[in-house]
Design a protein. Structure first.
Length: 338
């Protein structure tokens, strides 16, 4: 493990108000999105779509890294260049999703544990050869009746720490993603309690496994009320409690925090990120690692037809720009219509 290398990559991932493009949808998630838009679900369409994303003009002005999927990191652009090589050539760091998805957690109904540790060292070695410089692992925490259990939070935190340790052994920066889902009727105070506890347990486990804080990126949820809560939280409440939670738990050595959008609308994800940056006084950079909130409108415009590439690329470029401004506290909702 080279701590200087890890720190250098991690700092590049959050520099200059740039964010990380999450284009690591599994086949299942990609199928759902394609099906909803009547796009044929084929390997070539998945390749063409992701090729459209990463060849958008000026994307590298606002995006520092791109999270790829196992299939994608082995594919090539329409010009015959591997996706990893193309990204590197335009100054975007290639990364890779390495978890095997959230599976039912034994003896804990309706809770999930993320799997994928078996054979991870061998896969990490392969992904490094394919150009990956960072990785991602997502844990899923559900708020509900008697949920989350302490067992679920501990088990997922331990798995995240194991994954992070393996990454760092190969000089690959781990994105550590403990997602407390928005699904449910809970209010923002309950989300704060759970998110605060999950982050506390997570960093305890990272410390126990000697994971180097200066060589990770945290990818958390924002603290919001549940999507079905009758009393929705305000942007100011979201910013205040999110920053409070991070201040309670995240070591100052962590280079950056890249929020997931977690089901928020495109505009809400940008606005809330902006408000968080306006009040954050901690040393870490705060940016975005969005998937759907960056891509969805571009995917609709593309629609499986490469003749729509230029128009779709304008959309992904604008959303990347707006989120980059939000990562610097300079976003305004009026910009959406410009």
């Amino acid at each position: 493990m080279n701590i200087e290398t890890l720190n250098e990559i991690a700092n590049r991932m959050v520099q200059d108000s740039k964010g990380i493009l999450a284009m690591d949808e599994s086949h299942g998630t990609c199928k759902k999105r394609f099906d909803s838009l009547n796009i044929a679900v084929t390997e070539e369409n998945r390749r063409s779509y992701r090729d459209m994303l990463i060849t958008a003009d000026s994307l590298n002005n606002y995006i520092s890294g791109a999270i790829l999927f196992d299939e994608t990191i082995k594919q090539k652009t329409s010009k015959g260049i591997s996706f990893s090589e193309h990204l590197e050539s335009i100054g975007i760091i290639p990364g890779i999703k390495v978890d095997a998805g959230a599976k039912p957690f034994s003896c804990h109904e309706n809770e999930k544990i993320t799997e994928g540790l078996d054979g991870l060292s061998e896969r990490m070695e392969e992904y490094k050869k394919l150009g990956a410089k960072f990785a991602k692992w997502r844990a899923v925490i559900t708020i509900g009746n008697k949920m989350p259990s302490m067992a679920c939070m501990i088990a997922n935190s331990h798995a995240l720490a194991r994954y992070a340790s393996i990454c760092q052994e190969y000089d690959i920066v781990p994105i550590v993603e403990p997602e407390v889902l928005m699904d449910g009727e809970h209010d923002i105070k309950r989300c704060f309690e759970v998110t605060n506890e999950m982050q506390n347990i997570l960093f305890e486990n990272l410390d126990k496994l000697d994971v180097v804080n200066s060589g990770i990126i945290l990818k958390p949820n924002m603290v919001t009320s549940g999507s079905l809560c009758k009393e929705q939280s305000t942007p100011d409440e979201i910013a205040e409690l999110t920053v409070k939670c991070l201040s309670n738990n995240v070591p100052k050595e962590v280079p950056g925090i890249a929020f997931l959008s977690g089901g928020q609308s495109d505009q809400d994800a940008s606005n809330n990120l902006n408000n968080i940056n306006k009040i954050n006084t901690n040393p870490w950079k705060i940016t975005f690692s969005y998937g759907r909130a960056l891509q969805l409108e571009a995917m609709k415009k593309w629609g499986g037809d490469n003749s729509n590439n230029i128009e779709a690329q304008k959309i992904i470029g604008k959303r990347a720009l707006l989120n980059s401004l939000a990562a610097n506290g300079r976003y305004e909702s009026s910009m959406e219509n410009e």
